[in-house]
Design a protein around this ligand. Structure first.
Ligand SMILES: NC(=O)c1ccc[n+]([C@@H]2O[C@H](COP(=O)([O-])OP(=O)(O)OC[C@H]3O[C@@H](n4cnc5c(N)ncnc54)[C@H](O)[C@@H]3O)[C@@H](O)[C@H]2O)c1
Length: 369
């Protein structure tokens, strides 16, 4: 996928690592190993500091996001590599909401970038589709919408119970994500942009998306931009994914359509994402969750986290390192050196070992000069 805007062009960076729960704690250390190997070959220095925020800490100490955490990350780190949060022992996953949504909102990470890129033909469930057909990016608004937690319940536990969840959309919030998507398309010479909403039914909230889209697109006449309702987009992306380069949408629809996209490109185990505020400390995480059903078995696919680390170094402005990581992942897929979710029989650590030795080889290192 083409580049994401960078934070800095320096050769050193500080990375906060939050492995989290379940398979997050299994795949994240493996992505760190790959990052260390690729940076060692390419004369880049990454300093990693690990934070143990997650279910265990919450159950032990009652702490989710410790006081001062947001300021610490904002002021002292260039980026955050995040695993996943979610634990069946924690009712309603309160810790996950506090930590992940807390960081997204408090660091104002308004862009959720989710590339959907088929890296090997055999991985898509769509018949007769190849790598060149599935190559797009979803930009999901990440700080507003139905996820802000405005609402409440009335007469809870009675037959008359009412639950309300408000969809919050600000002019500023809608404009900045739409503008970001257009800028991304222009900078990466991508010709087609699709804004998706449900303005036919959600006339107030998504009427705002319509008005802003119509205004902003006038500044980007070099981009072929169009609108699709989210239900139509869900059909069209399956029928013919070649139509799409850049998709921009609200928090809820972006959450759903990007998981659908992840499946088109090989499944959740492979999907990376970035929670970005251009120029500021940003957070990178695989799209998948903590997968309690396979946690502790050593079979979680580390490639989603490894591809996430490629997005992270790209954000630092280290394009050759990002390209090297992606090339190594493609090689693992070609060789079928993969975990069971992709049809292989390798463990999480075996896949990472293979990637580490590959990026450490002389010809790989040569590409990084
Ligand atoms: N960003 C996050 O931290 C995040 C995202 C989604 C879900 N969650 C949380 O994770 C927990 C589990 O949620 P879920 O089951 O709906 O989603 P999930 O992504 O954890 O798992 C969905 C399915 O995909 C499989 N899967 C996911 N990642 C995989 C990988 N790397 N390798 C192999 N298989 C993989 C799982 O085994 C499972 O069958 C819940 O508590 C949920 O709230 C967290």
């Amino acid at each position: 996928m083409p580049g994401i805007p960078m934070r800095s062009g320096g050769s050193k960076a500080r990375i906060a690592v939050i492995p989290g729960d379940g398979i997050g704690a299994e795949v994240t250390p493996q992505a760190v190993r790959v990052l260390k190997a690729v940076c060692a070959s390419g004369n880049r220095a990454l300093e990693f500091v690990e934070f143990d925020w997650g279910a265990d800490k919450y159950l032990r100490e009652g702490v989710t996001l410790p006081p001062g955490a947001v300021e610490l990350l904002r002021d002292e780190y260039d980026a955050i590599l995040f695993g996943a949060l979610g634990d069946p022992r924690v009712p309603l996953n309160q810790h996950a909401a506090d930590i992940l949504l807390g960081l997204r909102f408090k660091l104002d990470l308004y862009v959720n970038a989710r590339p959907v890129e088929l890296l090997h033909d055999r991985l898509t469930p769509l018949r007769d589709r190849t790598e060149k057909d599935i190559r797009l990016i979803v930009f999901r608004e990440n700080t507003e919408g139905l996820y802000v937690g405005v609402g409440g319940v009335f007469k809870q536990g009675t037959p008359d119970e009412i639950a309300v969840q408000e969809d919050v959309n600000s002019r500023k919030g809608v404009e900045r994500i739409i503008r970001y998507a257009f800028e991304y398309a222009r900078q990466n010479r991508l010709k087609r942009l699709c804004m998706s909403d449900k303005s036919n039914a959600m006339t107030f909230a998504h009427g705002l998306w319509q008005r802003v889209f119509k205004e902003v697109r006038q500044e980007y006449t070099d981009i072929d931009s169009r609108h699709l309702y989210i239900d139509t987009l869900a059909m069209e992306i399956i029928r013919d994914p070649r139509q799409f380069d850049v998709i921009v949408t609200c928090n809820l629809f972006g959450d759903i359509i990007s998981d659908l996209g992840a499946q088109l490109a090989g499944g959740l185990g492979l999907a990376p994402s970035g929670n970005i505020h251009p120029g500021k400390t940003s957070l990178f995480e695989p799209v998948h969750g903590s997968a309690p059903n396979i946690a502790g078995k050593g079979i979680a696919n580390p490639l989603g986290s490894v591809l996430t680390s490629a997005m992270l170094v790209e954000f630092l402005g280290w394009k050759p390192q990002a390209a090297a990581i992606r090339a190594a992942v493609r090689a693992a897929l070609r060789e079928n050196y993969v975990t069971p979710d992709l049809g292989g029989n390798r463990s999480t650590v075996e896949v990472a070992d293979w990637l580490v030795q590959l990026v450490g080889k002389a010809d790989f290192a040569e590409q990084l000069k």
